[in-house]
Write a protein that binds this ligand. Structure first.
Ligand code: SAH
Length: 373
């Protein structure tokens, strides 16, 4: 077993898989069934104290309390958009902040089912420095621990009225999930575990700027959906806005996508943020068609969300539709992402804005010591 993550010298129980917890508890003299019992309290009931585990003996509860911590996120702010989108700002133990966005979609009768999608963060800030993205302005602070990733799903689910459930999870919030791959993979394991959060891999999407070796590592670990933020069609233009292109040029990225093992009927989503005069010409559209050849793909056009910090403009709706039409006519499955939560800075690329005005600090503050693997 890898060294478990600890908080203040105690083991962070939410960083463990069920088999790891079983191993640890048996080592500590508990009966084997105890692990599943405790795991259910933590993940199904969402308790934050061992004292609430009423079917566990008092002595065992005390032992558990001495050895483990049940970590949770402090809600710092919640913002409600006129369109039903909700942004959750969380304060972490080191007083840094992250955001999650809940996006309800009523669906279209006879066409698409209602959905409740949670957009989750994977890091405090981001190291990828994509020039158009506001989260990049924060710089990179640190990776989220497993519990910090998972608690976003658990605590948002707990905040919902009886009968409402999160249906889909997307790692499209703050940070580059594949830059925090060890904790991401462990989190996915718990999200998929039926005795824990019990999501289907079909309903989870991990989005990346295109860290090619980590894409292969993710695929080897779990069959979740992959989304790649493409955003440009030549190495020259992509390098201008996404520095990662200098490490993994488009040819290498597309090879990595072609090699990505996809279960039957799955496709990789290519996100393409449309920026007027930068990547929305007909030459771009033609190059995009070429890039997609031989890849089981769908393109998701995201009209740029304008903001006062950048001079980048969103193309007109007509132009975005015409661009989509061009791709579809040439056999590329293409959709347009609806903008949600713009009034509360919860839309794509806007995360971090609300927290920027707040104090974001990293080290040197009093508080629990947190060990990262
Ligand atoms: N780092 C990962 C996960 C973040 S996803 C990744 O880049 O894929 C966030 C998505 O929002 C990315 O596709 C990014 O290209 C897009 N984005 C960033 N700023 C945006 C903006 N202002 N308008 C629309 N989309 C934006």
């Amino acid at each position: 077993m890898a060294r478990p993550q600890t908080i203040d010298g105690k083991i962070d129980i939410k960083s463990l898989s069920l088999s790891e917890l079983t191993e640890l508890l048996v080592e500590q003299g508990h009966p084997k069934f105890r692990a599943r019992q405790v795991y259910k309290w933590v993940w199904n009931k969402g308790v934050t104290s061992f004292h609430d585990m009423t079917n566990v003996s008092k002595t065992a509860r005390k032992q558990l309390d001495e050895a483990f911590v049940i970590d949770f996120l402090e809600p710092a702010m919640q913002l409600d958009s006129a369109d039903g989108t909700k942004k959750f700002v969380w304060e972490l133990r080191d007083e840094s902040h992250i955001e999650s966005v809940l996006i309800p979609d009523p669906g279209i009768p006879g066409h698409s089912k209602p959905r409740m999608t949670l957009c989750m963060s994977s890091q405090v800030g981001c190291a990828m420095a994509c020039s158009f993205c506001l989260t990049g302005d924060l710089g990179f602070k640190r990776n989220l621990r497993v519990a910090e990733i998972l608690n976003q799903a658990l605590q948002v689910q707990q905040s919902l009225p009886e009968g409402e459930r999160i249906t889909n999870l997307v790692f499209m919030g703050m940070g580059e999930p594949l830059h925090n791959i060890t904790n991401l993979i462990r989190s996915l394991e718990v999200l998929l575990d039926e005795s824990a959060l019990n999501f289907s891999h079909r309903k989870i999407t991990v989005s990346t700027v295109g860290l090619v070796p980590q894409m292969a590592r993710l695929a080897a670990a779990t069959p979740v959906n992959l989304a790649v933020s493409l955003n440009a069609t030549t190495n020259e233009s992509r390098s201008q806005v996404m520095p990662i292109t200098r490490r993994y040029p488009l040819s290498q990225l597309m090879d990595g996508c072609r090699d990505f093992p996809l279960p039957h009927a799955k496709r990789i989503t290519f996100e393409y943020v449309m920026m007027a005069g930068f990547n929305d010409s007909w030459d771009d559209a033609a190059r995009l068609v070429k890039l997609m050849s031989g890849v089981k793909s769908k393109v998701n056009l995201i009209p740029y969300n304008e903001n006062p910090q950048r001079e980048i403009l969103r193309p007109s709706e007509d132009h975005v539709k015409a661009f989509q039409h061009f791709l579809v006519k040439r056999g590329v499955q293409t959709s347009i992402r609806t903008t949600r939560g713009i009034d509360i800075s919860a839309a794509c690329g806007q995360l971090g804005k609300a927290t920027q005005g707040m104090r974001i600090e990293e080290a040197g503050i009093e508080g629990p010591t947190i060990s990262l693997d």
